[in-house]
Design a protein around this ligand. Structure first.
Ligand SMILES: C[S@@+](CC[C@H](N)C(=O)[O-])C[C@H]1O[C@@H](n2cnc3c(N)ncnc32)[C@H](O)[C@@H]1O
Length: 200
C-alpha cells in the first residue's frame, strides 16, 4: 500500500499549484501526487502556521517532515536571516520543497534527508505537522530524536489531531520532562508549544 511517507513514491506525478497565505505572507506552492496533502494546504498545517508565533529571526530552524514545504517556506519568509532545515524521508517531497524554494528565491532553505543534518546542529525552533500515520511509537521515537536537538530556550510547535492522539501526545511529552502548552485548539486539532527538557 502506498503512503505519503514512502521513500520513493510510485504514484505518477500530477503537479498541482496552490496558494498559501499566512498573515501578510503569500506564495504559490507546487504539490504532487505521492506527497502529503496533494493539491491543497492541509487544514492542520494551516492552523499551525496561523497559530505559531513568528520563529526566531536567526539560527537554525527545523521543519520536521517538510512534505511540499509549506512550513519551511513560511519560516523562510518570516526569518530571512535564519537557516531553515527542511527534512523528509520522501524524495519527491524533498525535490518539491527544493524546487519551490528555488522558484520563490528563498535561498535560506536547506532541504535534506534526516541523516544529512549535521549531528552537532541544534535548533532554535522546530515546527512540524508530524507523520502520525507511521504509528504512535515510531512517531514518538522520531520526536524524541529531534526534540532533544532543541537548543536551550528553543521551542517546538507541533500540530496533532485530537482524534489521532494529541492529548496523549501532550501527556507523554510532559512525562518526558518537556514543558507543554496548548496554544490553540480548533476543529479537532491542537497546536502544542513544546520546550526542551531541562539538562540532567
Ligand atoms: C503530515 S506530513 C506533513 C507535510 C508538510 N509539513 C505539510 O504540513 O504539508 C508528515 C511528513 O513527514 C514525513 N516523514 C515521515 N517519516 C519521517 C521521518 N522519519 N523523518 C522525517 N520526515 C518523515 C512524511 O514523508 C511527510 O511528508
Amino acid at each position: 500500500m502506498a503512503h505519503y511517507f514512502d521513500e520513493d513514491p510510485e504514484a505518477p506525478s500530477d503537479p498541482r499549484r496552490i496558494d498559501v497565505t499566512v498573515g501578510s505572507i503569500s506564495f504559490s506552492l507546487d504539490t504532487d501526487a505521492g506527497v502529503f496533502s496533494h493539491g491543497r494546504l492541509d487544514s492542520a498545517t494551516a492552523l499551525l502556521l496561523n497559530a505559531a508565533p513568528p520563529p526566531p529571526a536567526t539560527g537554525d530552524l527545523l521543519d520536521l517532515g517538510c512534505g511540499a514545504g509549506p512550513i519551511a517556506l513560511v519560516m523562510a519568509h518570516q526569518s530571512p536571516d535564519a537557516t531553515i532545515w527542511a527534512v523528509d524521508v520522501n524524495r519527491r517531497a524533498r525535490d518539491l520543497t527544493a524546487s519551490n524554494a528555488e522558484r520563490l528565491g528563498l535561498t535560506n532553505v536547506k532541504v535534506c534527508t534526516p541523516e544529512e543534518v549535521p549531528e552537532s546542529l541544534r535548533f532554535a525552533a522546530i515546527r512540524s505537522n508530524p507523520p502520525v500515520r507511521i504509528g504512535k511509537n515510531e512517531m514518538r521515537s522520531l520526536l524524541t530524536v529531534w526534540l532533544d536537538r532543541l537548543e536551550p530556550g528553543g521551542v517546538a510547535h507541533l500540530v496533532a489531531s485530537k482524534h489521532l492522539g494529541a492529548d496523549s501526545l501532550s501527556s507523554w511529552l510532559i512525562d518526558r520532562g518537556h514543558p507543554v502548552e496548548r496554544i490553540t485548539s480548533r476543529r479537532g486539532f491542537r497546536v502544542l508549544s513544546v520546550g526542551g527538557r531541562p539538562a540532567p
